[in-house]
Design a protein around this ligand. Structure first.
Ligand SMILES: Cc1cc2nc3c(=O)[nH]c(=O)nc-3n(C[C@H](O)[C@H](O)[C@H](O)COP(=O)(O)OP(=O)(O)OC[C@H]3O[C@@H](n4cnc5c(N)ncnc54)[C@H](O)[C@@H]3O)c2cc1C
Length: 380
């Protein structure tokens, strides 16, 4: 453990020179050296189609580049990158996630909730009520002091909310660490009311509740790569959900409901309706004629609706390999905050979003262990 407590008084403190104390000529020289070196390092470290690492990919289009420092890259032989695509620094690329989701789809399918996702909340409320719990909505918690005293407090928030919520008792080292936490791209979401089912050209899509609409894998990579590079894709890779395929309660026949989202750069206020509709029209000619009404929420709107969606990121933080294992910071138990009785249970903890509440399960096990004599949280 590092020292730094009151007992350290009187020990000699090393002299630290701040950048402001360095003479201007030396700062200019250092800046020039650093800039030149970093350009050189970035160029050498980037991956292009003719590099040894580039050749490991399923396809690596002409003029494309994966900028340095690269994120983690797995299963590159399954990844196909289109031409003239720039993938920004720190971006993780993996075909494993897709394989995992595909395996899950084969094993149990991708369910949608009968009547809408609010059904999950309603079911949890019934269970909570049965156990004697109550829920209070419509009240914003600004400080921990706003909450009644409790054996444990579980915060379902993005890491950036913690400093204000917890206040000065949050240690500086932890503040600095969550300051390095990275959020992922935002999403732009569109809901439609349709006069009939989507006329997909591919028969299989007509009976699928969720359609991952992207064209070829190269097009998907190009679309996602554009977003990570801060651009809005012309042909956005879109998740399209037609719940009526399995849940007739969603619309009165012959009408249908449909929703979709695509990734956009963090904090974007771009309305992607036209681009997403063009994508659907491309694979389902005649779709546009079925639209009775539509409603769009941009990434900024997503963040406004729920501050956990920082910049429109609905995943509680970028799903890089490092951040999947150590989110929001590297700690033996990331659910336990360095503040007595306070825990983090949001999707900004492992294993992250997309795994249907497992962050909360792990946080709850930690609390049961710490405060109520339960078994160790990671015991089998
Ligand atoms: C369109 C869409 C589709 C998705 N599809 C899937 C999917 O298929 N599978 C999947 O696993 N995930 C999916 N997700 C992601 C999933 O919804 C999120 O990962 C999950 O809801 C995150 O849960 P959470 O508990 O971290 O935070 P949230 O669900 O955001 O809950 C936190 C709540 O706390 C409130 N809050 C925050 N701060 C405060 C405060 N200070 N005071 C009071 N209240 C506060 C917020 O307003 C919010 O209501 C989807 C998300 C969207 C938007």
């Amino acid at each position: 453990m590092a020292g730094g407590g009151p007992g350290d008084q009187g020990t000699s403190v090393p002299q630290v020179v701040t950048p402001q104390q360095v003479p201007p000529w030396l700062r200019r020289l250092a800046a020039a050296v650093i800039e030149t070196t970093s350009v050189w390092v970035n160029q050498l470290g980037a991956i292009g189609p003719d590099d040894r690492r580039g050749r490991r990919f399923g396809a690596f289009g002409k003029g494309s580049i994966i900028a340095f420092p690269t994120g983690s890259i797995y299963n590159e032989r399954w990844i196909r990158i289109g031409s003239e695509t720039m993938i920004g620094p720190h971006v993780s690329l993996t075909a494993g996630m897709a394989l995992l989701l595909t395996a899950a789809a084969h094993a149990v399918g991708w369910p949608v909730v009968a009547g809408g996702s609010a059904g999950v909340t309603d079911a949890l409320l019934v269970e909570l009520g049965r156990l004697g719990g109550t829920v209070e909505t419509g009240r914003w918690v600004r400080r921990l002091d706003d909450l009644p005293s409790a054996e444990a407090v579980l915060l379902d928030v993005a890491p950036g909310s913690l400093p204000d919520l917890v206040g000065p008792t949050l240690p500086d080292a932890y503040r600095r660490a969550i300051g390095r936490f990275r959020h992922g791209p935002g999403v732009c979401k569109i809901d439609w009311a349709l006069s009939g089912p989507v006329p997909w050209a591919a028969e299989a899509c007509r009976s699928a509740a969720t359609v991952h609409l992207g064209g070829t894998v190269a097009e998907v990579a190009e679309s996602e790569g554009a977003v990570w590079a801060g651009r809005h894709p012309a042909r956005p890779y879109s998740i399209v959900v037609q719940p009526g395929v399995v849940d007739p309660s969603r619309a009165r026949p012959p009408n249908e409901t449909l929703w979709a989202y695509c990734h956009v750069p963090s904090g974007s206020d771009r309305d992607m309706t036209a681009a997403v509709e063009a994508q659907i029209e491309r694979f389902a000619p005649g779709f546009g004629e079925l639209v009775l009404a539509r409603s769009t929420v941009t990434a900024v709107g997503m963040a406004h609706h729920n501050p956990n969606n920082v910049g429109g990121d609905i995943g509680g933080g970028a799903a890089t390999v490092l951040q999947t294992l150590s989110r929001p910071v590297l700690r033996w138990n990331p659910y336990r905050l360095p503040v007595d009785r306070v825990y983090l249970c949001s999707s900004s903890t492992p294993p992250g979003a997309g795994v249907h509440g497992m962050c909360g399960v792990a946080a709850a096990r930690t609390v049961l262990h710490d405060r109520f004599g339960g078994p160790p949280p990671f015991a089998r």
